[in-house]
Design a protein around this ligand. Structure first.
Ligand code: BES
Ligand code: MN
Ligand code: MN
Length: 463
């Protein structure tokens, strides 16, 4: 595919420069302080879709941040690819741990990325990966090689649960009609091990509040005689796992999909070094549910993790106090067949039931979503597989990921089409963490592979 290579070579510097400009805008959806920046980013995306050759581009307002929609319909008889991505990013905190400011992108070499990686919040998740699709679109329209119809739907609320996108999808089934959905918002096993994500975990996210006395108390005058909400909360949380690291919530595992021995053996073939894994995150041993490997624990098994816990005095020095309240944010990653709303209810019932006398417990559900699995015999998967084979020289490995993109299962439910997750990020790219980055090599590999997906998908679809 000579035209792909030569177009990328001719426009390489601009492709990088444009992404760097996009990364300079702090489009943090979770924090209202960044509202104007998020809205501004939607306008930049709109312009980029027009420049890439979309015939019709619009900003669709929602109760939250806008959805950018673009399309190029070349022939109603040809298949349609719907590209989804998100232009919002996670907060950059803790900012002091970044080696360079999160919204001043810099390219630096790393051991894994000797060609350089762009360091900035959103570099990999998902601005860099989403923008690969915009540039692949430009490449196809400018070289007259777009083989089918395209629709883009880029949202600004993925990192906060895609609530408004869910409504939008339900209301616009005809507009969003497609033959396959294509997303780059996941990772690959390694730079030399191309992989297609075939599963995502679901999510239930809750906040808990434990209230004891009606005010903060002197820990000497009252200590030992009243229930301390922080002591109680930590005890309650600790009881949510047993000695084998199984989750103790009654009914939690009832619908969990159990993989066959053959499927587990297949999974175990993916290249993985536990030593390297430990080293990369600075731990001396892995930890988790008894009876499962590390790769199983972080993909096909459900989990429960405290994401934040607070209460009492956390300022300088010591203050002797028994706090009136203690809080925690808890996420449960779910696997296919577990229903997130049912699990949220099971959690709530159980957590309230284990509260001892002397405290009151409140459980507030946040967002959630269902898990997703997709077969490897769909034409979308086959097209992706052929595309990777062309650009990596080998077949990709199917991989179940531990992360969540809750909107994907809703796409299947509402739009009745399969999603192909062609991710180009690496676990070491530090998404959601300080010093997030995206390999320059990965960025261009994505731009090179995507047009081939379109080509093979159109061929297989029209056969
Ligand atoms: N892109 C990620 C999800 C992801 C990353 C999946 C890597 C697989 C591999 C997405 O932006 C994300 O962070 N999702 C959230 C869920 C959302 C509801 C906040 C997550 O997984 O925590
Ligand atoms: Mn993402
Ligand atoms: Mn994310």
């Amino acid at each position: 595919m000579q035209h792909i290579q030569s177009y990328i070579t001719d426009h390489k510097d601009r492709f990088l420069a444009e992404l760097i400009e996009l990364l300079k805008i702090p489009s943090v959806s979770a924090d209202p302080a960044f509202k104007d920046n998020v809205i501004h980013t939607s306008k930049v995306i709109k312009e980029s879709l027009i420049d890439a050759g979309c015939d019709h581009v619009e900003i669709c307002e929602t109760e939250g941040f806008p959805i950018v929609y673009g399309e190029k319909i070349i022939d109603k008889n040809l298949p349609t690819v719907l590209v989804y991505g998100h232009y919002d990013v996670q907060p950059a905190d803790p900012v002091e741990l970044w080696h360079s400011p999160p919204y001043e992108p810099v390219i630096k070499k790393t051991d894994i990325h000797p060609e350089g990686a762009i360091f900035a919040r959103g570099a990999c998740d998902d601005k860099g990966q989403m923008y690969m699709h915009v540039k692949a679109m430009e490449l196809m329209t400018k070289t007259d090689s777009l083989p089918c119809n395209v629709k883009f739907m880029i949202e600004g609320e993925e990192e906060v649960g895609s609530v408004n996108l869910s409504k939008f999808v339900k209301q616009h089934q005809e507009k969003l009609k497609n033959d396959v959905i294509l997303i780059s918002d996941t990772g690959m096993i390694a730079k030399d091990v191309p992989s297609i994500t075939t599963g995502l975990r679901g999510l239930s996210y809750v906040e808990v509040e434990v209230t004891g006395p009606n005010r903060d108390l002197h820990s000497g005058l009252y200590g030992g005689a009243v229930a301390n909400p922080i002591n109680i909360l930590t005890k309650m949380i600790a009881s949510l796992h047993d000695e084998n690291n199984h989750i103790t919530i009654p009914g939690f595992y009832d619908k969990v999909e159990e993989l066959s021995a053959a499927e587990r053996a297949e999974m175990a073939k993916a290249p993985f070094s536990v030593e390297k894994y430990q080293e990369s995150i600075g731990i001396d041993t892995v930890y988790g549910e008894k009876g499962y490997s590390t790769n199983e624990r972080n993909s096909i098994r459900p989990t429960l993790d405290v994401n934040g816990i607070w209460g009492g005095y956390i300022g300088e020095g010591a203050k002797t106090v028994i706090a009136s309240k203690a809080y925690a944010k808890i996420s449960m990653r779910l696997v296919p067949h577990q229903d997130w709303e049912e699990i949220t209810q099971l959690f709530k019932t159980h957590f309230e039931s284990i509260a001892p006398a002397g405290v009151k417990v409140k459980v507030t559900p946040h967002h959630g979503g269902q898990g997703y699995v997709t077969p490897i015999d769909s034409i979308g998967y086959q097209a992706a597989s052929k595309a990777y084979h062309d650009t990596f020289g080998k077949n990709p490995i199917p991989q179940r990921s531990g992360g969540s993109i809750p909107i994907v299962s809703l796409f299947e439910q509402e739009l009745k089409s399969k999603t192909i997750l062609m991710g180009f990020g690496l676990d070491s790219d530090a998404i959601h963490s300080p010093n997030e980055h995206f390999g320059v090599w990965n960025y261009f590999k994505g731009i090179e592979t995507i047009p081939l997906f379109y080509k093979y998908f159109t061929e297989l679809h029209t056969q």
